[in-house]
Design a binder for this molecule. Structure first.
Ligand SMILES: C[S@@+](CC[C@H](N)C(=O)[O-])C[C@H]1O[C@@H](n2cnc3c(N)ncnc32)[C@H](O)[C@@H]1O
Length: 153
């Protein structure tokens, strides 16, 4: 699953890494972004049945999805909602499933104590909560803007 379809860049990578019968559920509030993503998935050769594209705000959509069945959840949407998305991911992932949180180093600002803007502080708190939680086994990868990867115990 992906929270933040955008124009389909990450979705395409996820599809390419999935089993041939795997289905990508992807959520975004912007229909125009998803229109482009749908076209990109089709042009890359993925049948429409391989994607479940849901339009809506993540926090409205996530409560409607089934518990404990998702293998991986990639979060790349609104930072203000990261904490709620992580909480939802804990419910939605199967045991051993993986949470991947984009922007976990806040583009390098996370380790700078002088950086106290709302976005950096929010990311810092979410990463800290996952790292200290008994429910996750986390790793912080210094790629791009940082990727927090955590396995659900
Ligand atoms: C950084 S972009 C995602 C990029 C995408 N993962 C890609 O690789 O193409 C963030 C996306 O989150 C969406 N978004 C922002 N707030 C959202 C919310 N509350 N619920 C769902 N999607 C949201 C935006 O419309 C935008 O398309």
């Amino acid at each position: 699953m992906e929270i933040g379809t955008g124009t389909g860049v990450s979705g395409l990578w996820l599809l390419r890494g999935m089993r041939p019968d795997g289905i990508l559920t992807t959520i975004d509030v912007e229909t125009e972004h998803q229109r482009i993503a749908r076209r990109i998935f089709q042009e890359a050769g993925f049948a429409s049945g391989r994607t479940r594209i849901i339009t809506g705000r993540a926090l409205d959509v996530l409560p409607r999805l089934a518990d404990g069945v998702y293998d991986l959840i990639f979060v790349d949407s609104e930072v203000a909602e990261y904490s709620a998305c992580v909480e939802a991911a804990l419910r939605l992932l199967r045991p051993g499933g993986v949470l991947a949180l984009h922007g976990a180093l806040a583009a390098g600002r996370i380790g700078d104590p002088a950086a106290r803007d709302v976005e950096t502080v929010t990311v810092r708190e979410v990463v800290k909560a996952v790292r200290e939680s008994e429910e996750w086994t986390p790793a912080l990868l210094p790629t791009g803007e940082g990727l927090l990867v955590a396995v659900k115990r």
